[in-house]
Structure formats: structure tokens, C-alpha cells
Design a protein around this ligand. Structure first.
Ligand code: GUN
Length: 345
């Protein structure tokens, strides 16, 4: 078992493989030709349910993330007490994008909360590719850094592929290195790290006791950060997975069959009531900044989905905080491997 948390996909894997007005918050690799959705006319302990009329249970991602962070903080403290080492995360931030800066600030704060050391290398928008590669190389060679994250998207003049490939596989806590992504895709192989958003999605489903095995799951979007790895991870959990993207004809005919619907395309309110099967579990990973505001909006029309779904993650406060806690978990795991340290129970 490699995961710091009891990430059940590994257990399952072992069993069966045996051995307009909105600015996208994250636009990396997202299809940009989705038609903006029309705005809607009116428009466990982690679940809040209103029983007065049919409303979905709201999944409280913040409380899940807090539970995970408490576990991680204990483990980090035990590591410190036992070998006088703490996990270290190195983040590379290129440019002044407001969304990327916000993400990095949140990640840094989350590290502090659990006792993980973090360093942020900031580079200007017009930096050269070799400056970024040098920054990665420094972190690759730094023994107190166990996890490396290059915040995406990068400015267009930089080759994302080359930069991601330069991160040491053993420190690739984002799970974007082709070796990790490839192993995730291949039956019977174990990636060292799985992308945090995908882990966050599965963690939410597990903690809310949503069965995945044998269910129909539809993933909207095929980005490297979310859609692609989430579709792969759901398959590892034995869901029957369909991927819907910007070239899919009549996507609602596919989504309305889903028992579990995951979306991350950055189109506010794309998913309307008629896209949903009654009782579906909705994991909304979309997060779009509303122009001239600090509000964020998900891909799913929450007000409509509330009356159709059995459970739904809100935006904000849904799967986002859990995704951040998965980054912390991956970083702790990287440090445990580097020091060959295991928690004694
Ligand atoms: N940009 C948006 N989400 C992510 C993420 O999970 N990792 C990195 N590196 N960049 C991102």
C-alpha cells in the first residue's frame, strides 16, 4: 500500500489486477469551444440533506479535507519526532496570473497547517525555458524537497511537456509525468503518484459511501489535470466510464445515463437538469472566476441539480479542498519513501 491515506483504489486494484462574462480559473488543456451555457432561468457527516422537498445531499468538502489534514498533521509530527525530518514541497510559479497565484497561496497555507515545509520559486512571465528547467533541476537535487509542483498553465512560450518531463518521477506529486500517467493508464501497474484532483474525486465518493464498482460514470472534460486521470482512476475502481468532450454530439444523451457525473471544463452552468439522471451523484470540479468578483462558479447548475441528484459537491467548498489535501498526502508519501520511513501503528 503506497498511499498515505487508505486510498481504496489500491485495494481494489490489488484485488482485481492481482497482483463571456466569466474568466476561466484553470484553462489548461481545456477544450475552449464548448458553447457557453445559457444562464439558468432561475437559475454521512459530510452530507447535509434537506428533507422537506427532494433536494440532493450537499457534500461538505471542507469537512472531509479537515479530517484528512488532521490525519496528515499527526503523521508529519510523528515523522519529525522519529527521524527529525519533515516533508518538503517545492512549487514553481511562473508569471502573475491571479488564479495561479491564488492556488499557490492556498497550497502553501495548507502545507503550513499540517507541518509540511514549502518553498515557492517565482519566475517572471517572460522567463526563459532554461530558467524554469534550472529551477526544476535545483528542486530535483534538493534533498529536503520531496515533492515538486510546477503550477499550470505556463505562459505559451514555455514547453509544458519538456518542463513536466524534467521533474523527477519520484518527486512528481502532481502525477503529471508521463511515467506516472502512463502507469495509471496501464492495468496492473502502480504509478508513484496519481493526480490530486482525481484522488480528491475518489476520496469524496469513498467518504460519502458512494459505490463505484459496476456504476456508470461519465466524465465531462479530458484535461491532463482532471478529466483524463479521473476517467482512468474510475476505471481502476471498476466503473464503466464514458468521457464527454467538446466534440461529443448531444452530450446530454450520454450524461443522463450516469450514476456518477464528474465535470471539469470551466463552463459555468453547462450541466443542466435534463443532463442528469434522477439520483445521480454529481462531482463538480469546474471552477470559473466570475468577472469583476471573487466568486467562483462550477460547471453544474447547482439550483437545478439539487432537485435531481442524490448528492452533489458545491462550488466552492466541494472537491477543491479535498484536492489540496491530496497534494499534501502525496508529498508526505514522497518523503516517507525518500526516508524509508513508515508510521508504526
Ligand atoms: N493548475 C490547476 N490545477 C493544478 C494542479 O493540480 N497542479 C498544477 N501543477 N497546476 C494546476
Amino acid at each position: 500500500m503506497q498511499g498515505t491515506l487508505a486510498l481504496s483504489w489500491r485495494i481494489l486494484a490489488n484485488k482485481s489486477f492481482s497482483s463571456s462574462s466569466m474568466t476561466p480559473l484553470v484553462c489548461l488543456d481545456r477544450p475552449d469551444i464548448w458553447c457557453p451555457a445559457p444562464s439558468p432561468s432561475e437559475v454521512s457527516s459530510h452530507l447535509t440533506h434537506d428533507y422537506n422537498e427532494h433536494t440532493a445531499a450537499e457534500i461538505n468538502g471542507r469537512s472531509i479535507a479537515n479530517e484528512i489534514k488532521a490525519t496528515l498533521a499527526t503523521q508529519v509530527s510523528n515523522m519529525k519526532n522519529s527521524i527529525n525530518k519533515v516533508p518538503g514541497l517545492g512549487v514553481i510559479l511562473v508569471g502573475k496570473r491571479k488564479d495561479s497565484r491564488t492556488f499557490v497561496r492556498i497550497k502553501k497555507k495548507a502545507c503550513e497547517q499540517v507541518g509540511i515545509a514549502s518553498v515557492v520559486t517565482e519566475l517572471p512571465d517572460d522567463c526563459t525555458e532554461s530558467e524554469v528547467l534550472d529551477a526544476v533541476s535545483m528542486l530535483n537535487h534538493n534533498e529536503s524537497i520531496h515533492g515538486i509542483l510546477v503550477q499550470l498553465p505556463l505562459p505559451n512560450h514555455l514547453c509544458e511537456e519538456k518542463i513536466i518531463n524534467s521533474v523527477k518521477v519520484e518527486k512528481d506529486v502532481d502525477g503529471f509525468h508521463p511515467v506516472n500517467m502512463g502507469n495509471l493508464a496501464m492495468r496492473g501497474r502502480e504509478p508513484l503518484f496519481i493526480p490530486c484532483a482525481s484522488l480528491g474525486c475518489i476520496e469524496v465518493l469513498n467518504r460519502c459511501s458512494v459505490e463505484i464498482l459496476g456504476k456508470k460514470a461519465v466524465v465531462i472534460g479530458r484535461s491532463m489535470i482532471t478529466g483524463l486521470p479521473t476517467s482512468l482512476l474510475l476505471q481502476r475502481h471498476h466503473a464503466t466510464v464514458s468521457v464527454v468532450h467538446s466534440f461529443t454530439k448531444n452530450p446530454e444523451e450520454i450524461t443522463c445515463e450516469a450514476d456518477i457525473l464528474v465535470s471539469d471544463v470551466g463552463v459555468p452552468n453547462l450541466v443542466r437538469s435534463h443532463w442528469l439522471k434522477p439520483g445521480v451523484v454529481v462531482i463538480d470540479m469546474g471552477s470559473t472566476l466570475v468577472k469583476n468578483s471573487s466568486d467562483v462558479c462550477g460547471d453544474v447548475c447547482y439550483e437545478e441539480a439539487m432537485h435531481k441528484a442524490s448528492a452533489i459537491t458545491p462550488v466552492p467548498g466541494g472537491v477543491g479542498p479535498v484536492t489540496i489535501s491530496m497534494l499534501l498526502s502525496n508529498t508526505l508519501e514522497a518523503a516517507k519513501r525518500a526516508y524509508q520511513w513508515t508510521q508504526k501503528s
